[in-house]
Design a binder for this molecule. Structure first.
Ligand SMILES: [Zn+2]
Length: 187
């Protein structure tokens, strides 16, 4: 059943990142598991991607809410990506890629005040314009982060368990581009 999504006030603050190159977001206060931390696309959607947008649908890229454009990637993140659609003016969860209006970052465990907020970029990005070598330090770190399309078959299989409707629909539409993932999706 669809769940109505609401955002708490001041869930995060922006700080200089570990590598001092840019900024990152940390929890402004304890965020219990299940908290909707922030979202991409809930306030603005643009036709072309930028450094800070997140793909919502084909040709639709969500602008981050409340200056949340600096959420870090982690291969073992503390938020999940939850797709939502607009219904009667409210954001409700959906699994239908065609109607996704925004992607919400939902705490997948209790997040402590001051803890860096992260999500897994490859759960939503098919082929990233700016790939990078991950330094999340987790035992399951995939190393080079460049988009779902480019992940190994084993990693795609893991990613599919939590991937957004956009990825699931892309896999379904382009089995030749991701044979392993397509096989897993239809298994
Ligand atoms: Zn990593």
């Amino acid at each position: 059943m669809a769940v109505v999504v609401a955002f708490p006030e001041k869930a995060f603050t922006r700080v200089s990142s570990r590598d001092k190159v840019g900024s990152t977001l940390v929890a402004a206060r304890p965020l219990p598991k299940g908290t909707s931390v922030t979202a991409y696309g809930s306030e603005e959607i643009v036709p072309e991607p930028t450094m800070h947008t997140l793909a919502i649908r084909a040709g639709a890229h969500g602008v981050p809410r409340d200056g949340a454009e600096f959420v870090s990637h982690s291969c073992s993140p503390n938020t999940d990506l939850v797709a939502v659609a607009l219904k009667d003016g409210k954001l409700e969860t959906t699994t239908d890629a065609a109607v996704v209006h925004a992607v919400v970052l939902v705490a997948n465990r209790d997040i402590a005040e001051g803890e860096e907020i992260s999500f897994d970029y490859e759960l939503n990005e098919w082929d990233m314009a700016t790939p990078f070598t991950c330094q999340c330090g987790n035992s399951n770190c995939r190393g080079y982060i460049s988009g779902f399309k480019n992940a190994t078959a084993a990693n795609q299989e893991e990613l599919l368990k939590k991937a957004t409707p956009l990825i699931l629909s892309t896999v379904a539409a382009a089995p030749a581009a991701a044979p392993a993932a397509a096989a897993a999706a239809t298994a």
